[in-house]
Write a protein that binds this ligand. Structure first.
Ligand code: ZN
Length: 219
């Protein structure tokens, strides 16, 4: 089953990232030098709790549907995932802004953009939306994989240690908006043997991917 609450989680993540971006856009528009390490830190902080919530919600959906009790330790796993992934996203984001700022400084003075244009190019709102869609998909995949593996191994701790290798009985499903995607549509309905080499944790296969997996024998 798809992650039922994904729209709500996407919206929360998008709002949180967009709020950080607008702060830094305003600084650029005011002609100030932005601190990329502060941008990275603010993004990571904004994402951390929300990614943990998304991981938890998807994991609990599958755990609840399975009817199997004993997922008390899920929150620690969600937190570990969120800390690491929020750091990765924020680091990549700040690195891209750094590269684009460098390119901008290489431009001849007369070709340079206005500060308003620059702010929109470096920190556009569509990036907040892309992070929200992609990272909702990723957190849901990781949360559900952990629960599915725990249902196979009988333990969250063992499941976290063995990873997705034991989840051979997984099937890829495209979301409505991914049906025409050239990366995802060939995977639709196929089992992990076809795609796990490229995407061990399942979706996302690309930015803005809303695909999901189902697990054989589980809801
Ligand atoms: Zn997809």
């Amino acid at each position: 089953m798809d992650f039922a609450a994904r729209t709500q989680h996407e919206q929360q993540i998008e709002a949180a990232v967009a709020a950080v971006l607008v702060l830094y856009r305003r600084q650029i528009e005011a002609g100030r030098e932005i601190s990329l390490s502060e941008l990275e830190r603010d993004l990571a902080v904004a994402l951390r709790l929300l990614l943990s919530n998304t991981f938890m919600a998807a994991a609990l959906q599958l755990a609840g549907a399975s009817g199997v009790p004993g997922f008390d330790d899920l929150e620690n796993h969600a937190e570990r995932y969120a800390v690491e992934q929020a750091g990765v996203i924020a680091h990549d984001f700040a690195g891209r802004v750094r590269d684009e700022l460098f390119e901008e400084r290489q431009r001849a003075i007369e070709d340079r953009r206005s500060v308003v244009q620059l702010a929109d190019i470096l920190l556009p709102n569509w990036r907040a939306e892309a992070i929200a869609i992609t990272e909702t998909t990723r957190a849901a995949s990781h949360g559900m994989n952990l629960v599915a593996a725990a249902l196979v191994t009988g333990s969250l701790m063992v499941a976290a240690a063995v990873g997705t290798g034991i989840l051979t009985n997984r099937f890829w499903h495209t979301a409505n908006d991914d049906r025409v995607c050239s990366i995802c549509s060939p995977l639709d309905g196929y089992e992990a043997a076809i795609w796990a080499g490229r995407f061990p944790s399942g979706p996302p296969a690309h930015p803005n991917c809303r695909c999901y997996v189902t697990y054989g024998g589980l809801p």
